[in-house]
Design a protein around this ligand. Structure first.
Ligand SMILES: NC(=O)c1ccc[n+]([C@@H]2O[C@H](COP(=O)([O-])OP(=O)(O)OC[C@H]3O[C@@H](n4cnc5c(N)ncnc54)[C@H](OP(=O)(O)O)[C@@H]3O)[C@@H](O)[C@H]2O)c1
Length: 253
């Protein structure tokens, strides 16, 4: 049976994941705040495996749901509509975008733990949060390719983690198990596995006006299973695991 992937949020990340999922033979249901009509261009690009719906419909009709909205809105995700579902949490906390959220002391709680608390009847898997939206599509590779990359995943539910591993595998990535959500801080912003390794070498002399163009076309670099393991082992927890991605210019992550 064809797998159906629902998307809450249809921005940079969801649209790339939807493209990869459709290319892998899956059906996708996309949703956002502005309503299905606003997604007509993306749906026609994706073809007859794609449809637009409300967030509640996307949750109800999918086997696996990708929640990819600004982190400030995580508490607006419908716990009711997502009950019983495996939910991929791609969300990162950026105070300059999300506003300061005092409940987040990242030295104590990982953002995905908050999402799991809110979606108490869903099985949350943190994944697809540590690669930028351009490389996410361009670095996808089939099983066995020598330059296939790996992505970290974390969840409190082994079955959900296996389902998401399978999904990542089908869209072009190996998965590295970080353990439970309490350990998912190891892929949050500022950690060694966050975005930069997949971008490859960021030129130090790129002019601000050229930064966006560079970001949009940079080929990136493969990050193997072993490299991901090494990078996540190197992560150090601190109280400012949010914010920008250092030298990465012009990117909305
Ligand atoms: N961009 C990256 O490279 C990147 C990489 C890894 C992780 N992330 C994280 O992934 C998340 C999404 O990032 P993005 O870049 O894809 O964001 P984006 O392009 O700004 O898209 C956000 C989407 O969320 C929708 N949305 C907002 N509130 C919603 C709600 N309450 N219910 C349903 N849909 C809602 C928006 O719909 P409307 O437009 O209709 O309001 C829009 O479709 C963020 O938390 C980000 O930190 C981003």
């Amino acid at each position: 049976m064809t797998q159906t992937i629902g998307f809450i949020g249809s921005g940079a990340i969801s649209s790339q994941v939807a493209r990869l999922a459709v290319a892998a033979g899956m059906d996708v249901i996309l949703s956002n705040t502005r309503g299905p009509e606003s997604l007509s261009a993306l749906i026609s690009e994706l073809g007859n495996r794609a449809r637009a719906a409300t967030p509640a419909e996307a949750a109800r009709d999918a086997e696996l749901v990708v929640a990819s909205i600004p982190f400030y809105a995580y508490s607006k995700l419908s716990a009711e509509a997502l009950a019983g579902k495996v939910v991929i949490d791609t969300m990162n906390y950026y105070p300059e975008r999300d506003g300061h959220m005092p409940e987040i002391d990242t030295a104590r709680v990982a953002t995905s733990e908050l999402v799991q608390r809110h979606l108490s009847r869903s099985r949350v898997v943190r994944a697809l949060n540590n690669m930028d939206w351009v490389r996410l599509r361009s670095r996808a590779r089939p099983v066995g390719a020598s330059d296939r990359s790996a992505l970290p995943i974390a969840s409190d539910d082994a079955e959900a983690k296996a389902a998401v591993s399978g999904f990542l595998g089908a869209i072009g990535y190996d998965a590295v198990d970080l353990g439970p959500l309490a350990d998912s801080w190891r892929s949050e912003p500022t950690t060694p596995v966050y975005v930069l390794p997949y971008l490859g070498t960021v030129p130090s002399d790129v002019r601000p006006e050229a930064a966006r163009a560079w970001f949009l076309q940079a080929p990136g670099a493969p990050v193997s299973v072993q490299q991901v393991k090494t990078l996540v082992a190197r992560a150090v927890r601190h109280e400012r695991m949010f914010g920008d991605v250092g030298p990465l210019p012009g990117a909305a992550i």
